[in-house]
Design a protein around this ligand. Structure first.
Ligand code: DAU
Length: 357
């Protein structure tokens, strides 16, 4: 099928996996808002990062159905597909690099084997489109320049290795079976409803509580930040207009050092870098820089719309206004994880301004 032919096709029933997570929940809300005739099935395992509150507003929407289950379970996947779907969008994944460095078992089970089960089911049910949601981390550390979609994959953490494996399985399905597979590789995403283990929500919620923020190493690592609704729109755009067998980079083209972000957050929360920054030991194998070329997705008609400062302030305001959402998430298991992850003594680093040289 050519992209032109697909551009006229309509998705009537879409299986979204991992739709209770951060980007997945924004994607489902976008889909139901912008495609009023669509039916959405959300298959989610409800791990620690999947939160029913992320989609509480859809409980009474007859176009939305929730199925509790794991993508690595073939029976569950078949039941979720039911009478058939036109498209599968796979967000289901273990996503946190630090957790993968402690134990990568769940990363292999869900990100690799789970994707394989979904790809097989898509083939069995002749699903017209399969979109695998991937990450810029599969390209590895990029000291200079930008990664393009055809660049070799050089993942350097267990997390990114598991995502790269899934990308290769998806592409192998395209090559071996002509399966209509698409891949999006997103950059660091931020916005409301992000689980507070990630840099921005962790730091904002710590600062609201007058706690220190743990910066890994010298904080001069560069990430490319993309607002979550822009990321969700990019995925929908590729789903509807992308060419099967292709990869599309979805980056914000908005590079920032972690220290830059930290200083912006400190300022917005009325805290001082002198009292609230805690430099801790670096993440093992920490990639210094990611940067992607996004011309291919832009040529398809997508571009990010949210200016970074506005998006960051919207995010900070959301966390300030939604303590009832995040406060329970930071207790219990998370509190134990936090203590373990950040127990090391502070390290001394040279003072920097945080900007990109
Ligand atoms: O680049 C896309 C990726 O972005 C996604 O594929 C991942 O699923 C997602 O978790 C995210 O990965 P990162 O490792 O870049 O995100 P994280 O928020 O964990 O860290 C962002 C940067 O901030 C990274 O350089 C590590 C640093 N950091 C993070 C935490 C949690 C700190 O300095 N201190 C921290 O406590």
């Amino acid at each position: 099928m050519t992209s032109g032919a697909w551009a006229h096709a309509r998705i009537e029933r879409c299986l979204v996996t991992g739709g209770l997570g951060f980007i997945g929940s924004h994607f489902i809300r976008l889909l139901l808002r912008e495609r009023p005739d669509i039916e959405v099935i959300n298959l989610d395992a409800m791990t620690y990062a999947g939160n029913p509150l992320n989609l509480h507003d859809l409980e009474d929407d007859s176009r939305y159905r929730f199925v509790h289950g794991n993508i690595a379970d073939r029976t569950v996947v078949r039941a979720a597909i039911g009478a058939g779907v036109d498209a599968i969008v796979n967000f289901a994944a273990e996503s946190h690099v630090d957790r993968s460095l402690r134990d990568a078992t769940a990363f292999c089970a869900t990100n690799v084997c789970g994707t394989q089960v979904l790809l097989d089911a898509a083939r069995e049910y002749r699903v017209q489109r399969f979109l695998q949601v991937s990450t810029d981390e599969v390209y590895g550390d990029i000291p200079e320049g930008e990664s393009t979609e055809d660049d070799p994959l050089r993942p350097r953490s267990p997390y990114s290795a598991s995502k790269a494996a899934a990308d290769l399985l998806a592409l192998a399905h395209y090559e071996s079976y002509d399966a209509p597979v698409l891949i999006t590789r997103g950059s660091n995403t931020y916005g409301p409803y992000q689980y507070p283990e990630k840099l921005i929500p962790l730091f904002v919620t710590n600062l609201i509580d007058d706690q220190l923020v743990p910066v890994y190493g010298d904080g001069m690592q560069v990430r490319d930040w993309l607002y979550v609704e822009d990321h969700a729109r990019g995925i929908l755009h590729v789903l509807e207009h992308g060419e099967p067998g292709n990869v599309y980079n979805l980056g914000g083209n908005n590079p920032r050092t972690n220290l830059d972000i930290t200083h912006m957050l400190l300022k917005a929360c009325g805290r001082s870098p002198l009292t609230h920054v805690h430099h801790v030991g670096d993440r093992p194998g920490h990639d210094r820089r990611y940067a992607m070329n996004t011309e291919k997705a832009r040529a398809l008609g997508w571009e990010p719309g949210m200016p970074f400062v506005a998006g960051l302030h919207r995010t900070i305001d959301w966390y300030k206004a939604n303590e009832r959402w995040w406060r329970p998430l930071k207790s219990g298991d998370f509190a134990e994880y936090y203590a373990l992850q950040y127990q090391a003594a502070p390290v001394k680093v040279p003072i920097t301004t945080g900007g990109i040289a």
